[in-house]
Ligand binder design. Structure first.
Ligand code: HEM
Ligand SMILES: [Cu+2]
Length: 482
């Protein structure tokens, strides 16, 4: 429905085309980055030979590409469903997409033409210490790519927040604070998707602003090496940004669950008091918990690390409240649910996200972290809530965008779905097993004792790649047929 020439609600407006196109790009990039991941795991299992310099280029493009695409797909879900509730300016989304693609070009150029291989975390001062692998210009180009993507996200979140604040009577209204803390009636509360959109836009904006500051400082340092940055401060800022950004990607994607599942049960999903309260807690905990990335930094003040650990313990509670618990409560009250690829993947996403938080909380404990941190336990937990969490929800949203009435999850599409579940679960389990056996992370070459785990993981990864190829082809075929 078009309300004004340049203002449109996405549901039936021209934005649906842009959203479908963006999800096509996201799906294709996920697939390509998974193939790079497969190559890395195969190299760790000595199944293929990849020269270490190239391995770190692949690791850099895989990390940046995956995190960026998780953000892209999450933000697209946020945009699409926010457009159901408030009118959004279409041009903002186009600018977001254009800035994102510009960033991708810069990042790919920096890595594959410039040789940048300092990992997606651009940890200061590594971009400036390449040991001859890349020039400062390549590192600057990589960081400019991030900056471009960051500006796009800021535009998108500002438009979303501006409209939600106007429509729901301020930040508190959009966060359902009258229901959470006062006598507000849940009947008058905004829908769950709005609460999630408001909360994730707030923390992602804060994260990106901090990220932009450290990006600019790093760029100036590369251009004028005399300009030094406090390394510990830079690390805090980078991990605050990185932690918040990837979390925001998942919290934005869950909006698809809140908005789509009710279509399949016929029962509306209401914002209860517990739900509203949990999202407010999430808003603060997501930001307060980031020091769990710095538990090994002896120079960090003790109180910050203690806070990281304590908030880690407790952050599981609101997380589960806004995901698995609210979904189960909701489904219990509903009269059954129709399963198709979309609902299958969305519910898998919630389950995988919840499951992945368990090893993450373990690693957030200082005593565990001292042993586990630089092992593959870490990629083990984050691949769980990414492959079986965010990415599953993104493909679920894509399946929903191209759904057919009355379809169910059986036949070949069920086989593909279960191949994805099995491949994903096996793959992440092998990371966790390797981590428990103290196999280090981010090593291009593995000792012979570690090859078997990597080889088994490679077979599971191949299954994931096959399933995702089928998801993408199905999506393309259905878009093509209109
Ligand atoms: C078939 C699927 C995938 C495969 C085979 C794969 C493989 C890998 C491998 C082998 C590594 C390096 C592990 C190490 O440190 O030794 C890695 C790191 C990583 N992967 Fe994946 N991955 C997959 C999917 C994903 C997805 C879906 C995401 C995010 C949405 C993701 C994000 C990352 C990140 C952020 C890193 C860390 C890079 C770094 O340490 O700088 N991966 N992956
Ligand atoms: Cu974190």
């Amino acid at each position: 429905m078009t309300t004004m020439t340049d203002v449109t609600t996405v549901e039936h407006g021209p934005q649906t085309g842009a959203v479908k196109l963006t999800m096509l790009i996201a799906g294709a990039v996920f697939l390509l980055m998974m193939i790079f991941g497969l190559a890395m795991r195969a190299a760790q299992g000595a199944l293929v030979e990849i020269e270490p310099g190239l391995f770190y280029q692949l690791m850099t493009v895989h990390g940046a590409g995956m995190v960026g695409t998780a953000g892209l797909s999450g933000a697209t879900i946020l945009w699409y469903f926010t457009g159901r509730h408030v009118p959004l300016i279409a041009g903002v989304f186009h600018a977001f997409l254009a800035l994102f693609l510009l960033g991708v070009v810069l990042i790919l150029g920096a890595i594959f033409l410039g040789g940048y291989a300092g990992a997606w975390t651009f940890l200061y001062p590594l971009p400036a210490f390449s040991a001859g692998q890349w020039e400062a210009g390549a590192a600057v180009t990589f960081l400019l790519g991030y900056t471009s993507i960051g500006v796009g996200f800021l535009l998108l979140h500002l438009e979303v927040m501006r409209k939600l604040i106007a429509a729901y009577g301020g930040i508190g209204g959009a966060m359902a604070w009258p229901v959470a803390f006062g006598r507000g009636d849940p009947k008058d509360a905004p829908p769950p998707g709005v609460v999630a959109a408001m909360a994730s836009s707030i923390f992602n904006t804060i994260g990106i602003v901090i990220g932009a500051a450290v990006l600019v400082a790093s760029i100036v340092n590369l251009a004028f090496p005399g300009f030094a940055v406090d390394a510990l401060l830079a690390k805090n800022m980078i991990f605050f940004f990185g932690h918040v950004f990837i979390n925001a990607a998942i919290y934005m994607a869950v909006i698809a669950v809140y908005e789509i599942v009710p279509d399949y049960t016929g029962k509306p999903w209401k914002c209860s008091r517990a739900f509203a309260l949990s999202w407010t807690v999430v808003l603060f905990f997501v930001m307060a918990v980031y020091p769990h990335h710095l538990l090994q930094d002896v120079a960090m003040p003790g109180w910050a690390l203690a806070m990281g650990q304590i908030v880690s313990y407790f952050s599981g509670i609101p997380l589960i409240a806004v995901t698995a618990f609210s979904l189960l409560v909701y489904l219990r009250g509903a009269n059954g649910m129709r399963w198709d690829l979309a609902t299958g993947l969305l519910v898998l996403g919630v389950a995988g996200w919840t499951a992945g938080s368990a090893p993450a909380i373990l690693d957030g404990m200082i005593v565990v972290n001292k042993v586990m941190h630089n092992t593959q336990w870490v990629p083990g937990h984050f691949h769980t809530y990414l492959i079986l969490g965010e990415v599953a929800m993104a493909f679920g949203f894509m399946a929903w965008l191209t759904r057919r009435e009355g379809e169910t999850l059986r036949g070949p599409v069920a086989t593909v779905f279960w191949a994805y579940v099995l491949g994903g679960a096996g793959f992440v389990l092998m990371f966790l097993v390797s981590g428990a056996l103290s196999v280090p992370r981010r090593w291009a070459v593995h000792l012979p004792e570690w090859h078997l785990q990597a080889q088994i993981a490679t077979a599971f990864a191949a299954l994931v790649v096959l399933a995702v190829t089928a998801f993408v082809l199905r999506y393309v075929a259905r878009l093509g047929r209109g």
